[in-house]
Design a protein. Structure first.
Length: 683
């Protein structure tokens, strides 16, 4: 029997501090009945088990908390609200079909609320909005609802309406079923609807019934004929509306007091999709042909890994969703990305940091797998006889880089291995060893992201580093043709060195060596040595010691000695010829140019363009995107955007984001080049 209809995979999102983790804790508390309910401030929640999360009182990493309710299994996925950890959200949204968007009633719609909402809309994930912290002072629900409908859509409908007098929230009315729940100081109990709330909730109930009627012609006719819709018709119509994105239920409550949580559980089951709802999951065969898998037990097994966790003691754990079929301990599974078939030795049900061994996982469920070599996030696992490949997750690029130095020899020895483990967990992290500047660079999505990495290195792996700004990797080139002579002659009896060359150097698209020798003044067997000397000379220009690009060398003449000439002599002669000509070839400094793709709201466009202009940027394009957003593509000198990740957040109050990629090298303006030369000649 397929159990997928008894599963709900729900992402819990919202802005930083909105109460996501508290809500998950509350949902677990009323379903699992633990002795103690965890609290963020007490650092004992199931979700925030990492030391770094407990120190910051904020979620940093994805956490799975499965709960059981009325024979249903609900896999809650608690996600970070900090935009620096957006990759966690991107990964989780690949495997869920429903979401809870948490809003702090005391602060309303925040930047991250909007970002998460746009991500949910883009993926058409049915969502319930939970307005948390309704017990705070001076909350005006009507104003909040207006803000929600303005920013998140007019189809946001209150399925619950707050009760309370004298601005004190003491419960809510389930507008769908017209039942009240009142908080008595310890729990919510059934109650009468306050008289002064009846007219309002009747209006809202009528609004909901009208929305239900819109879901089918039969119901619409019944509604306009004045016939009553029964409970089953109402719930079925609402489910259809929510699944289609035509309705966005708004619930109210207080996670810390468990208000509204039972009602939410019922609505997660009633209105959000089970894994077999909606469309089948699409993948490809090895030949690139499209193939589908339904989330049913009798389909061939396939799964998608959405998070890798490296434990320094127990090894690598991969969290995955069973997209189709059943996987059991002892089964052979295949990973198309690694090309390896492995035997399943252990399957786990994961709840926060707690791992429980299970013998099998069915279609639609989420679990963990260990001891599968080279497996990591964004990979597919499947039946070796029925291979499918799911599209890998696209992550944002690293936009902020810092150079790190180990504090001591012991840390230096461990550093490489530690970085590999952290990189395995985090697809947005970039590690680059720059041989020119002798710096080891770590790139991330923001300062918070990199700070977490450094904290994790220290706390988990006992490796401490010093953090510095990265050095810019400049280049040199020449702008005009020049000639040079190189004479490398050393004769002191016995075999000596004798190599003489005449060479021309001129600008070119790329570094290239040619020769125009007439009459054998330099034998052909020495041409490779001259070429080698030329390329060696390019490694260090004479302006500031940067590598030289865009230079063509032409060997035009020379002399050799029958006894003393050799390859080393001609290699050294070529180096001397290059140095002789270089300063006459009008050398200049080139700087790396980065292509940035910036997404911001229309209201920020003026500030962004003005700021880019101050950074010597060239605007390539501007394109209107959905949701009142603009995408700006610009070419900017790398020296001008070292801290742009932080600056953009400040300019847009956290609303803007960007990706970056190296584009080309361009000449540094004259007024800046001398400063670059002086700074780098000291290196």
């Amino acid at each position: 029997m397929n159990q997928a209809n008894k599963i709900r995979n729900i992402a819990v999102l919202g802005h930083l501090g909105s109460g996501k983790t508290s809500l998950v804790e509350s949902l677990n508390y009323i379903t699992s009945k633990p002795k103690v309910k965890g609290e963020v401030e007490k650092k004992n929640t199931i979700s925030d088990y990492l030391l770094e999360e407990q120190l910051k009182l904020s979620s940093i990493s994805t956490s799975i908390v499965p709960v059981s309710y009325k024979d249903y299994k609900i896999n809650l996925i608690d996600l970070p609200g900090n935009d620096d950890f957006v990759s966690e959200v991107i990964s989780a949204l690949k495997v869920v079909k429903g979401a809870i968007l948490v809003i702090d009633a005391s602060s309303g719609i925040q930047v991250q609320t909007l970002k998460h909402w746009k991500m949910l809309r883009k993926k058409n994930i049915p969502t319930i909005i939970y307005v948390n912290k309704m017990d705070k002072e001076n909350i005006v629900f009507e104003d909040l609802l207006s803000e929600i409908r303005k920013n998140l859509g007019k189809n946001a409908v209150p399925f619950c309406y707050p009760m309370g007098h004298d601005d004190k929230f003491d419960g809510f009315i389930n507008v769908v079923d017209m039942k009240a729940r009142k908080f008595n100081g310890t729990e919510c109990v059934d109650a009468e609807i306050y008289d002064d709330k009846k007219i309002k909730v009747l209006e809202l109930n009528n609004m909901i019934l009208e929305a239900v009627a819109q879901t089918s012609e039969e119901l619409l006719n019944k509604f306009f004929m004045g016939e009553q819709l029964n409970r089953e018709e109402i719930h079925s119509g609402l489910r259809t509306g929510v699944l289609n994105g035509e309705l966005i239920p708004v619930l109210v409550g207080s996670a810390t007091k468990n208000i509204g949580v039972h009602t939410m559980l019922d609505m997660l089951i009633d209105y959000l999709p089970n894994p077999s709802d909606l469309n089948p999951i699409v993948g490809t065969t090895k030949d690139g042909l499209e193939v589908e898998r339904k989330t049913l037990n009798d389909e061939p097994f396939s799964g998608f890994v959405f998070k890798t966790i490296v434990d320094p003691y127990s090894g690598v754990l991969n969290l995955f969703k069973v997209n189709s079929g059943v996987v059991k301990v002892g089964d052979d599974i295949y990973c198309p990305q690694t090309g390896k078939t492995e035997k399943v030795s252990q399957l786990l049900m994961v709840s926060g940091k707690t791992q429980t061994q299970v013998q099998s996982l069915e279609a639609g469920d989420i679990g963990g797998i260990v001891k599968i070599s080279d497996l990591s996030s964004s990979m597919t696992i499947c039946d070796p006889k029925n291979i499918i490949i799911y599209k890998e997750t696209s992550y944002p690029t690293a936009v902020l880089y810092k150079a790190i130095l180990p504090k001591n020899k012991t840390d230096d020895d461990k550093l490489g291995q530690v970085l590999q483990k952290i990189k395995l967990e985090d697809k947005t992290l970039e590690i680059v060893r720059n041989n020119e500047t002798k710096q080891l660079l770590i790139g991330g999505t923001g300062l918070g992201h990199l700070s977490y990495v450094f904290d994790k290195m220290k706390n988990t792996y006992k490796v401490e580093v010093t953090v510095e700004d990265p050095k810019i990797v400049y280049r040199e080139t020449i702008k005009q043709k020049a000639s040079g002579s190189g004479r490398y002659i050393k004769q002191s009896g016995g075999s000596g060195f004798y190599g003489v060359v005449e060479m021309d150097f001129e600008p070119a698209e790329e570094n290239i060596f040619t020769e125009k020798i007439f009459g054998g003044s330099v034998p052909k067997n020495y041409f490779p040595a001259v070429e080698k000397g030329f390329y060696e000379a390019l490694e260090q220009g004479l302006l500031a010691g940067f590598p030289v690009i865009g230079c063509k060398a032409i060997l035009t003449d020379g002399k050799y000695h029958a006894v003393d000439s050799n390859e080393l002599a001609f290699k050294m002669a070529a180096i001397l010829a290059f140095k002789d000509a270089y300063m006459n070839a009008k050398p200049v400094i080139l700087e790396p140019i980065i292509r940035v793709t910036i997404n911001v709201e229309n209201k920020n466009i003026g500030d962004i363009l003005s700021d880019l202009n101050s950074r010597r940027a060239k605007i390539i394009s501007m394109e209107e995107k959905n949701n009142d957003e603009q995408e700006i593509v610009a070419l900017v000198p790398e020296a001008e955007i070292i801290e742009y990740a932080n600056d953009l957040k400040a300019l847009t109050q956290g609303g803007g984001y960007f990706n970056r990629i190296f584009e080309t090298y361009e000449e540094v303006p004259t007024y800046l080049s001398q400063k670059v030369i002086e700074e780098n000649k000291l290196i």
